[in-house]
Design a binder for this molecule. Sequence first.
Ligand SMILES: [Ca+2]
Ligand SMILES: [Ca+2]
Length: 112
Amino acid sequence: MDAFLITAGHIDGHEAEALDPGRIEPETFGPASGPVDAGDLNFDAFDLDGDGTVDSRVVHSDDAVVIVSDFDRDGSADRLTMIESDGDYSAWECSRDDEGALVWQKIDAGAL
Ligand SMILES: [Ca+2]
Ligand SMILES: [Ca+2]
């Protein structure tokens, strides 16, 4: 398939509603979890990549503390870092596959 631009029309009706990061469970989160709502980055947000624009905030879900990062500020999270109560952590980044579907990829994991 040739490369093509993702348009709103293409995504419309194609993807599930964005996931609330407060409902993320590290045990079940995976590549096909879909878009994650970055939420309101105007409060309690910080600048993780140091470019002068706030991009990240901390969300407490039932099972983990989740750092939600939206570096391009489009409202959809680009990176998630989950820290479980036992110190296990995992970091995920999302991208789109050839068909425009959002895919999460685990980029790091370990124990604190
Ligand atoms: Ca930033
Ligand atoms: Ca984003």
